[in-house]
Design a binder for this molecule. Structure first.
Ligand code: URA
Length: 274
């Protein structure tokens, strides 16, 4: 998410040198190239997404819930299906082999998750930023530092919490992930919740709340309102709140998040002793 609006084109319609075009891109916030070689897309069609070798099942066997987007690939082969991964390591392997989301092509690393595999508290954000893309670890940049302080303030240091994102690849230029990208990656984060099996999950921001709770009424309305997620015969308490990146831009909202964190602490108590 960039805070700076794209600059006006200096002279719309006039020819520009390659160096001037490059400077203009940089000023507009373009911070990565998407391929080693330039491709003239007016001459070459874009590459097709590589889907699993398996043919789509006949219509009658399609899952009851309609696919939310025409761009969704067919269901994965059983060996690649996140829903049947038995451990976080296995889930990570399947995610790293997943070709269905184009974001992986522009990202440097897959940012899976960080923390104890049996954590009682799980925190889920939106998508990695530049620092996370470089390190492969979620929430290590400015927003991550604030998240660490938020967790420490209620006596749950980062090391006691499992931290991940809905989307494991950095969207180019830090744009928000699209609903299609979120939908494509959602089965992986859902399985991560099942495998960690925490008592409570904190959802940071609107994308995480939409992906996990299927609630689209906006984070301002939903923050601080406990939700329930039924998984593997258990009910997990879920608390949406503002994303720390939002708090960095609007520090006056920190008081509301402090209220949410106190409610969380009242519900889950102390972390397990090391
Ligand atoms: N913002 C997120 O949502 N996740 C990260 O890992 C970092 C920043």
């Amino acid at each position: 998410m960039s805070d700076t609006p794209a600059p006006e084109h200096p002279n719309p319609g006039a020819p520009m040198s390659a160096a001037a075009v490059l400077r203009w891109y940089v000023a507009a916030g373009v911070d990565l190239a998407v391929g080693e070689e330039p491709v003239d897309r007016t001459q070459t069609p874009p590459p097709q997404i590589q889907l699993p070798a398996q043919a789509p099942p006949p219509r009658a066997e399609m899952p009851a819930r309609a696919a939310p987007s025409a761009f969704l690939p067919p269901p994965p082969a059983p060996a690649a299906d996140p829903a049947t991964a038995q451990t976080l390591d296995e889930l990570k392997e399947r995610l790293e082999a997943f070709e269905g989301c184009l974001l992986r092509r522009t990202a440097t690393r897959t940012v899976f998750g960080d923390g104890p595999a049996t954590a009682r508290l799980m925190v889920i954000g939106e998508a990695p930023g530049a620092d996370e893309d470089r390190s492969g670890v979620p929430f290590v940049g400015k927003a991550g530092k604030l998240l660490d302080k938020m967790l420490a303030s209620i006596g749950w240091p980062r090391e006691t919490v499992y931290i991940t994102n809905v989307v494991p690849w950095r969207p180019p230029g830090n744009r928000n992930p699209t609903p299609e990208e979120v939908t494509l990656c959602q089965p992986f984060v859902m399985r991560a919740i099942e495998l960690v099996a925490p008592d409570a999950v904190v959802l940071l921001g609107a994308s995480a709340t939409a992906a996990i709770c299927d609630r689209h009424d906006g984070i301002t309305r939903l923050r601080g309102k406990w939700q329930t997620l039924a998984r593997n015969g258990r009910e997990i308490a879920v608390l949406p709140t503002f994303h720390p990146a939002f708090l960095l831009r609007f520090p006056d909202k920190k008081a509301l998040v402090w209220r949410d964190l106190c409610a969380l602490k009242a519900r889950i108590g102390e972390p397990p002793q090391a």
